[in-house]
Design a binder for this molecule. Structure first.
Ligand code: GDP
Length: 386
């Protein structure tokens, strides 16, 4: 699948770079072009992979490159005002090669939370290709304002994209890690999962019977709403070949039954693994199974059996899938489930946000006063970086 990536805000930019790192490490090619958008100059400077002309600073006349803190309304406003700067960079992309846009943003902050949906809306208006989103949910240990922002941004983001893949920082938080190295490993985990899904149709087996196609992923995401991804992988040791076999160029016999069983159980493990956003998998509307790995270690029968199992387990007939031959040292299975209607963390976020708003209105004689001070406490007065 050829995707154009647009990261909005700090989390958005970092995750885009993690996807670029996955792409180059795995030796696949699914990113047509990529871009980071931010209101804070320092956050753009911290990026390592994107070239200068793929970093766009918005809102400079209003916030002078210092960011919008946690004020996602301001984030949306300044992104809208400067959307022309974003679109003119996207114009330089080879958009005729693009199968879809993917807008990536953390929903708890200011720039990504407010600006992500604005960028998605504009891309949808200008381009015929589908616009998908990747939204990061804040952890429970973050400030109240992050919960409020996520609860406010989520319905807008879902409305502006054909599908929003979710990643819940809370479910992935690891104790004992400091925030920045913690995010780094979270972003790697996320990129691995999404990377396998986006590799569909891009590996050397494309066009073969049984190979997963770009259309399989697109149709799955067309279910709308929100999605989650499960993942499992196993290292495979390359079989040693004797000198004669090497000289003759013959491939070693493979144990068909063993390879089939390994692939089947890998798909099951993926569907039962910690999902990018935990949910009841039976609530999915559609799904796609992608198994990526060296050709000799991937069994079509194994993928088929795994797919059948996911179909039964989710009670969903629309489970697509196939393999994705890749020159790697491991076999990985990713299961993308879309159109979810039972995601406990979303219900909790909405409930908490409603309670917080009620609390604020009850306690403050001037409604909104405390809400504004919460924003200020998080550095959202437009003068501090975020
Ligand atoms: P913005 O720049 O104003 O959009 O805000 P940030 O992107 O810094 O933060 C928004 C939210 O994203 C935070 O509340 C965190 O939950 C989360 N976050 C920030 N950085 C990262 C990151 O690198 N990875 C992940 N997974 N989450 C992040």
């Amino acid at each position: 699948m050829n995707v154009a990536l647009i990261g909005v805000g700090l989390a958005g930019g970092r995750i885009v770079e993690s996807l670029l790192a996955y792409e180059s490490d795995a030796g696949v090619d699914f990113v047509t072009d990529a871009l980071a958008v931010n209101t804070a100059r320092a956050d753009l400077v911290e990026l390592e992979r994107l070239p200068e002309d793929r970093r766009v600073l918005v809102g400079q006349s209003r916030v002078k490159g210092h960011g919008v803190g946690a004020d996602n309304e301001l984030g949306a406003e300044v992104t809208r005002e400067d959307i022309g700067d974003v679109l003119s960079v996207v114009d330089e992309f080879s958009t005729h090669e693009v199968d879809a846009f993917l807008v990536v943003a953390g929903l708890g902050g200011g720039t990504g939370s407010g600006g992500g949906p604005v960028v998605a809306e504009e891309l949808g208006r200008v381009y015929a290709e589908p616009v998908f989103g990747l939204g990061v949910l804040p952890g429970r240990d973050e400030d109240g304002i992050n919960t409020l922002n996520a609860a406010r941004s989520l319905p807008t983001f879902v409305r502006e994209v054909e599908n929003l893949v979710l990643f819940d920082n809370d479910a992935w938080r690891q104790s004992g890690e400091n925030v920045s190295t913690g995010y780094e490993s979270l972003n790697r985990e996320l990129a691995r999962r999404l990377g396998v899904v986006l590799s569909a149709g891009e590996a050397d087996g494309t066009g073969d019977d049984g190979a997963v196609e770009t259309a399989d992923v697109r149709r799955t995401l067309n279910a709308g709403g929100v999605s989650t991804i499960g993942y499992a992988s196993v290292e495979v040791r390359r079989p040693k070949r004797g000198l004669v076999a090497r000289l003759l160029g013959s491939t070693p016999d493979r144990d068909e039954g063993k390879v089939t069983n390994r692939v089947t159980s890998l798909v099951r493990r993926a569907a039962l693994s910690r999902l990018t956003v935990p949910c009841d998998i039976e609530s999915a509307d559609r799904g796609v199974v992608v198994v990526a790995g060296p050709r000799a270690e991937v069994s079509r029968q194994g993928v088929e059996r795994g797919r059948e199992w996911v179909r039964e387990e989710t009670e969903t007939t629309e489970i697509r899938g196939g393999d994705c031959p890749m020159n790697s040292e491991s076999v990985a299975a990713a299961v993308l489930l879309s159109g979810l209607d039972d995601v406990p963390r979303l219900n909790e976020l909405r409930r908490t946000a409603v309670e917080m708003r009620r609390d604020i209105l009850e306690k403050d004689s001037v409604s909104g006063h405390r809400y504004r001070s919460l924003i200020r406490a998080s550095g959202g007065d437009g003068d501090d970086g975020d």
